[in-house]
Design a protein around this ligand. Structure first.
Ligand SMILES: N[C@@H](CCC(=O)N[C@@H](CS)C(=O)NCC(=O)O)C(=O)O
Length: 206
């Protein structure tokens, strides 16, 4: 059985939720914070990041969007068909969330990589929060127009969006300003499969 590596609080929650939704035969191994930089895990994913999916033959797949695509292609049900308009839009949504929104979180998570002095770091963070505010506005508008799920029907964009609705609490931004996202977070947390994924990543509903 493949093993999905996760760590509390991280974007690896998205494929973890997808595994729970699909009831896919995947073992979830939740690393303690810090173990992602130790030799044992670096031998699996030299990037030192989660998520990573290790197959029984030793092959390793990284990048949340790629892991979600593999899960859908291999274990997808009618709900998660890939060769549909929804599948295409799902790839678009996941690319946006992983490569644009997540990337703009980088100064929040590791500002020292972007500036040295305290004042420069504060400036970089201020710009990052402005960009994130624009992203959340766009995500909220899209979800508000789509209904209960980001693409109208349930897709793998939703677990990733759920992660983003959690991370906002760590920033000066507030989910209260994004009512569609706030209602979505509540709906996702009422889902037993989401609760199962949270528990195996040592996390709680917010
Ligand atoms: N582009 C990667 C990003 C993965 C990533 O940034 N993972 C974070 C958690 S959300 C991580 O492992 N951070 C630990 C570190 O970089 O030290 C993806 O989408 O999977």
């Amino acid at each position: 059985m493949p093993t999905l590596y996760t760590m509390p609080g991280t974007c690896s929650l998205a494929p973890n939720i997808a595994v729970a939704w699909l009831d896919a035969p995947v073992t979830v191994e939740n690393l303690a914070y810090g173990d992602h930089k130790k030799d044992a895990y670096l031998a699996i994913n030299p990037k030192g990041q989660v998520p990573a999916l290790r197959f029984e033959d030793g092959d390793v797949l990284t990048e949340a969007a790629a892991i979600l695509a593999w899960l859908g292609a291999t274990h997808g049900t009618a709900d998660f068909a890939r060769d549909t308009v929804l599948g295409r839009k799902e790839a678009e949504a996941l690319s946006y969330m992983t490569s644009e929104v997540h990337a703009d979180y980088a100064p929040h998570f590791a500002v020292q990589a972007y500036a040295d002095s305290e004042s420069a770091q504060a400036e970089v963070k201020r710009h990052a929060y402005e960009m994130l505010n624009n992203h959340y506005r766009r995500l909220d508008d899209t979800l508000g127009a789509a209904g209960d799920f980001y693409l109208g029907e349930r897709s793998f964009a939703d677990p990733y969006l759920y992660v983003l609705t959690r991370w906002i609490d760590q920033t000066p931004l507030s989910l209260d300003d994004f009512p569609a996202l706030a209602a979505f977070r509540k709906r996702m947390q009422a889902d037993p499969a989401v609760q199962q994924a949270l528990a195996r990543q040592n996390m709680e509903p917010l």
